[in-house]
Design a protein around this ligand. Structure first.
Ligand code: RFL
Ligand code: PHB
Length: 393
């Protein structure tokens, strides 16, 4: 067995793990990142597209803000639509803020580049990651590298950034953790197409046929989603079906702008709300999707992962500066406070914008009425905008 020593072992080389490593390395703290897949696999996953302004600030602090400034689109509002009638909520007029459209894949690419420039220690294609005893003062992590060689890392702290299906959360004994979950009875069918976006800002649409979202990556790359049956497969849907169904769900004044073309990616994502408490067990901390999942409707998942990283990095930096462990040991409480606010907003927006199977006419009337209220009330719009752009850290 080969032995390594570091200060912080990070399990997972997605956005959370890479950003944490980068922020810690910037302060001279030594890290090792373990990633289950290859770099190209991590970079092939099409996911988030909306960055809160707080997220952009933290990414800049980590040194990966340059391309966001050049290639990101600043959006000062978004469109919502109810029964094909669209209306706009202005973020700048209600709460004086904006969001930036910039793909998670691009953020991750930039983080890998920065990590490589700094010669960060990253093991790809690791297997059988085992966190030995998080209650021990020095915690061991044993795993197999890409050629099957067994490696042991001894570190002060282990951070689980390994997503919802990772091993870290499972390492907290069942009687020491509580999990909260809601599974939604539908999924999102998403496509990427090399066509100009239908609109200058995102459109979130509710119709009796279900939800649709029009998003974008750049002037010639659109990302669209449709509410779908979660028990189906992406291959079950032709491009032709997708475009016809999308047109049905769009606001009237956008239909003529839709440019269709072949999809270059098609996938289905299930929708779930999930939180584990607490986020610490001994020297093990949980961050990002390893600790919580939100349905993508409120565009909160990546943003929450970044705010977790921010709080935890502050705690670890204070600890290594000799300022004590108070901030670090408060991480779980501080992060959970913000997490639950985003969980509530994502649940609310998902419930408002989707059609639930077996819904009664009464529920439909309530939904239409709530969207109508949102379209006219500056108070309701401010509530929506304040949460959408992100609760301050
Ligand atoms: P990730 O991205 O899942 O990365 C975890 C990494 O850990 C690795 N891993 C392991 N490594 C070592 N050992 C193990 N045993 C391991 N097990 C797993 C995995 O290979 C992976 O590389 O979690 P992270 O870093 O916490 O980042 C979270 C975000 O990816 C996620 O919250 C967002 O993508 C959610 N999300 C959105 N968030 C937003 O803020 N705005 C959006 O607009 C938005 N849109 C979305 C989304 C997620 C979506 N899907 C597919 C669920 C749209 C969609 C469709
Ligand atoms: C995306 O562009 O992928 C996206 C945008 C907004 C969301 C979810 C996903 O709420």
């Amino acid at each position: 067995m080969v032995n390594f020593k570091t200060q912080v072992t990070i399990i997972g080389g997605g956005p959370s793990g890479l950003l944490l490593s980068q922020l810690l390395m910037n302060e001279g703290i030594d890290t090792i990142v373990l990633e289950k897949h290859s770099k190209s696999h991590v970079l092939s996953r099409i996911r988030a597209g909306v960055l809160e302004s707080g997220t952009v600030e933290i990414l800049k602090q980590a040194g990966v803000g340059e391309r966001i400034d050049i290639d990101g689109f600043v959006h000062e509002g978004t469109y919502l639509s109810s029964e094909n009638k669209g209306f706009r909520v202005s973020f700048s007029e209600t709460v004086g803020k904006s969001v930036t459209i910039f793909g998670q894949t691009e953020v991750t690419k930039d983080l890998y580049q920065k990590q490589e420039e700094r010669e960060a220690n990253i093991f790809f294609q690791v297997k059988n990651v085992n966190i030995i005893d998080p209650k021990c003062s020095k915690t061991e992590v044993i795993f197999e590298d890409e050629i099957g060689k067994e490696i042991k890392i001894v570190s002060d702290f282990v951070v689980g950034c390994d997503g919802f299906h990772g091993v870290s959360r499972q390492r907290i004994p069942l009687n020491q953790r509580k999990e909260y979950e809601r599974i939604y009875p539908f999924g999102w069918l998403g496509i990427l197409s090399e066509t100009p976006p239908v609109s200058d800002e995102l459109i979130y649409a509710n119709t009796c046929d279900g939800f649709a979202l029009c998003s974008m990556r750049n002037n010639n790359l659109s990302r669209y989603y449709l509410q779908c049956d979660v028990n189906t497969k992406a291959e079950d849907y032709s491009d032709d079906y997708f475009w016809k169904e999308l047109i049905k769900r769009l606001p009237e004044n956008s239909k003529d702008n839709l440019r269709t073309g072949p999809s270059i990616e098609k996938s289905i994502a299930p929708l779930r709300s999930f939180v584990v408490e607490p986020l610490q067990y001994g020297n093990l901390f949980l961050v990002g999707d390893a600790a919580h999942i939100v349905p993508p409707t409120g565009a909160k998942g990546l943003n929450l992962a970044v705010s977790d990283v921010h709080y935890l990095s502050e705690g670890l930096i204070a600890f290594y500066r000799g300022e004590g462990d108070k901030k670090l040991f408060n991480y779980s409480k501080t992060a959970l406070n913000r997490i639950w606010k985003a969980v509530r907003f994502s649940w609310w927006m998902t419930t408002l914008m989707h059609e639930f199977p077996g819904t009664k006419e009464f529920d439909r009337k309530i939904k239409i009425s709530e969207l109508e209220y949102l379209s006219h009330s500056s108070f309701a719009q401010a509530h929506f905008a304040e949460n959408y752009v992100g609760i301050p850290l």
